[in-house]
Design a protein around this ligand. Structure first.
Ligand SMILES: NC(=O)c1ccc[n+]([C@@H]2O[C@H](COP(=O)([O-])OP(=O)(O)OC[C@H]3O[C@@H](n4cnc5c(N)ncnc54)[C@H](OP(=O)(O)O)[C@@H]3O)[C@@H](O)[C@H]2O)c1
Length: 256
């Protein structure tokens, strides 16, 4: 890919789940390629530290602490993009919540609610407010973080498999509705990536990584930055003819 295709100069991007893992890696990468970034997650301290780091490196960033389950928090993040940077060109809806895989009949209702709420309602809240802002400026690009579990039953908990399937459904529906109005919407089918979420799973179930690698062609975890690269491609003009797609970044899990 040419440097030009990777150019995000002045493209205002909102990133959720930016306080750690894939979202934080995306914030660093997008900002390093010239995008002013609006960062959302619940932990303010982590967001403030990341904003400081990006600004020190010459980038532009704003932190908006909030919960994607709350529409008003998401709206505040979109408003911040408009007030601070004048527009919203792209969004990486990446905040997610997973629970350890458990037999369906033993999974507590609270786990189901939490997983569906963060992953599905979160993306729903984000897209509703982001699309409203993007329509005002003639379009944009939205990328939702799904998972290989959005396409197959990977062995993680059933609520997570259901939630990520729903993220892909929302992605296709929004891509179809807004395609003629300049908005592209895509999803990432992310495979096992070494982040806080994954570390907490490994802590609770030592040795589980073997299970994750069993299906993969590349027998390793992704680095969060590798996933962020795909998100940046989908947010930028280099992917101008891609919409409604679910792009695997999974070390080949879905290929075999
Ligand atoms: N790691 C993997 O192997 C893997 C595989 C497939 C898909 N994914 C997906 O990748 C995405 C990023 O996860 P990650 O692996 O980077 O894990 P992570 O490091 O734990 O990041 C999750 C992020 O989501 C944020 N978040 C969680 N609940 C939130 C809420 N209610 N409101 C706002 N932000 C919230 C967290 O921030 P706060 O706690 O500060 O709110 C954090 O920034 C998720 O959608 C996950 O499902 C990960």
């Amino acid at each position: 890919m040419t440097e030009n295709a990777r150019n995000m100069d002045g493209r205002v991007v909102m990133i959720t789940g930016a306080s750690s893992g894939i979202g934080a890696a995306a914030a660093r990468l997008f900002a390093a390629h010239g995008a002013p970034v609006v960062l959302m997650a619940r932990r303010q301290q982590q967001l403030d530290a990341l904003v400081g780091e990006i600004e020190k490196a010459g980038g532009q960033a704003a932190a908006v602490p909030g919960d994607v389950r709350r529409g008003e928090d998401v709206e505040r993040a979109v408003e911040t993009a408009l007030e601070r940077f004048g527009r919203l060109d792209a969004a990486f809806n990446n905040a997610g919540h997973a629970t350890l895989g458990q037999d369906l009949h033993e999974t507590p209702d609270d786990d189901f609610d939490a997983v569906i709420d963060v992953n599905v309602r979160g993306v729903w809240n984000c897209m509703r407010h982001q699309i409203r802002a993007m329509l005002r400026t003639g379009g944009g690009s939205i990328v939702n973080t799904a998972s290989t579990a959005g396409l197959i039953a990977t062995g993680v908990g059933a609520p997570y498999v259901a939630a990520k399937h729903a993220v892909i459904g929302l992605t296709k529906a929004a891509a179809s509705e807004y395609g003629t109005r300049g908005i592209r919407v895509n999803a990432l089918a992310v495979g096992s990536t070494l982040t806080e979420m994954m570390e907490s799973v490994i802590d609770r179930a030592p040795g589980i990584e073997k299970k994750f690698f069993a299906r993969a062609i590349q027998q390793r975890f992704a680095d969060p930055a590798e996933v962020a690269e795909a998100a940046m491609w989908l947010c930028g003009d280099a992917s101008s003819f891609v919409t409604g797609a679910t792009v695997p970044v999974d070390g080949g899990v879905l290929a075999v």
